[in-house]
Design a protein around this ligand. Sequence first.
Ligand code: ME8
Length: 510
Amino acid sequence: MSFYVTTPIYYVNAAPHLGHAYTTIAADVMARHHRQRGEEVFFLTGTDEHGEPVADAAHALGIPPQELADRNAERFKALAPQLGATNDFFIRTTDPQHEAVVQDVLSRVRENGFVYEGTYEGWYCPRCADFKADSEIDAGNRCPIHHIELTREQEDNYFFRLSAFQERLERLYVEREDFVAPRTRYNEALSFIRSGLRDVPLTRHKLTWGVPVPWDAEHVFYVWFDALLNYYSALSYAPAPSSVPAGEDLTSRLWPASYHLIAKDILRFHAVYWPALLMAAEIELPEHIFVHGYLLMEGEKMSKSLGNVLDPFAVIERFGADALRFYLLRDVPFGQDGSVSTSAFELRYESELANELGNLASRTIGMLMRYREGAVSGGELDPMLEKDFSGLRESVCSHIDRAELTLALDEIWQRVRRLNRYVEEQAPWRLAKEPGRGEDLDRVLRTLAEALRAVTVLLWPYLPTSAEKLLAALGAPDLSLEGAELGAGRIARAETIDSLFPKDLQAAGS
Ligand code: ME8
């Protein structure tokens, strides 16, 4: 089995913000989960470096686009490990190997008869790098996303014959209802297709910052076609991840991609242009596109150009990457828009990470130390708790198979809460005082330790650092998903650990 997940490649016109961190974190949760299943996993992220968004920003700063790209690509590259993201490769669209694949694939599209010369006239948003239909613009000829005034473009271009794929795309959506999710986005993409597809520019004449068109030196490729192809080109030159035997061809091993994660701002490019382009080039289509919502601050989409940016680096420094990962996937249902705020963040941190999971861990290990010097006895587990945990692993897997990351986390979290209730119900401190209840105490403690271990294995994709610490303290570092089932005898001895989520955030390093 292989699993290939991607994030959008981010524009290097400014520094990364929380919105970018969000998609990268989500993709990482999926990648880690599939590695736990023992699959061959490839997780790709990177930067989109051509086109007006970058050329204009560089111009405003008075520096060459390549210099701006180099500067900001480094910041995006540095963001991934700070988030705890385990991407297997970081692609930059200025990589010469990527450019060669773009030229090769788009030449094939032309040879296949889907490219012709024409003149484009219409509205264009240089921030979106998007040609906008009259029906897609706000009053005053403004971009509905960036609120800037659109430019009226007239340009001789080579066109991509998108209209030729009208029927095939409609059929794709009918035959593969899970091609785009959630359903609202599927409907949106399908109704865009059904409204009638118009051909789109494949090249730009006015711009020089792009991949040169091999058959006409005066043109560069339109940035979106260059950018979309990153998902395919990366496999032709990325080093093999450790799960794939060295020397294997990654494209034949991993293509088509399992999941493209995106936000709704770039739905049309991914859900309409991208499959059409792949059809034109005779390349297999990706399996799924999952469209998450926007992180909103005071009701507006957070973005570089609007300026209302919450800095993920600062958040991580204060709370740690695990807490950020948890908060974003717990508080904002994955697939829907959601507001983010420091106060909501602190509430989740304190009430759930510190009071629920942190306390469960410290109570469980504390009681094992206090009553049994850390030793976990062998023997049966409490059947009542076994019942409450049965089916958990399967349910988490099936949610994650559908990119329902918040629902999966909720299933897991219900068990964290169940374990806290179990402690209250069983009151091990009372059993410890009652003569003749030693065996009962042993059973409660080993059930608690074992269930905590299983839940922690499932939490690892969301909270990798804390989960690894906790599993190490339980003397059970195995992360494979098989270990997410309750089983007797997996833990022999526990060791004390420092508080996983200190409440005094000053002490956490602010
Ligand atoms: O669009 N909420 O790059 P980009 C949630 N280069 N996610 C957000 C977000 C927010 N407020 N803001 C950004 C581009 N994102 C193109 C993509 S792909 C072939 C080319 C995330 O830097 C989300 O994933 O504008 C969104 O789709 C992406 O960043 C846009 O990043």
